[in-house]
Unconditional design. Structure first.
Length: 122
């Protein structure tokens, strides 16, 4: 019998080889405050508190691949996420020097906590 099972870590990692769909959405809400200086997390928190109400989510466009995302900045952000996911899926295959550079970059950016004693990523 052929064994088609994969290691558990592989099953949990997002499969970046599968086609993705991308959705442009417009979120509609009424608020009891001026939301123009709030980010989405703050607005969502106010909805949870009852000082704002979500009235609709409208999907205005659906594309079947990244090339259909017509906003260059958004497309670049998705490309970066896909690249990071690919690196995470194959981290053990990367040369140690490159893994060290990635760790140093994450530490320098504040994305990784630093051990106070050694100065290295915790």
């Amino acid at each position: 019998m052929i064994d088609n099972t994969k290691p558990a870590a592989t099953k949990l990692a997002p499969d970046t080889t599968q086609p993705r769909r991308y959705f442009r959405v417009q979120i509609k809400a009424w608020t009891g405050f001026d939301p123009s200086r709030s980010d989405l997390a703050e607005i969502a928190n106010e909805i949870d508190r009852g000082t704002a109400f979500l009235t609709g989510i409208e999907v205005s466009k659906v594309v079947d691949d990244l090339s259909g995302v017509d906003d260059p900045e958004v497309r670049r952000s998705f490309e970066n996420i896909i690249a990071a996911e690919r690196i995470l899926q194959n981290l053990s295959d990367l040369p140690q020097a490159l893994r060290d550079r990635l760790s140093a970059a994450l530490t320098a950016s504040g994305a990784l906590p630093v051990d106070d004693k050694s100065g290295r990523a915790a």
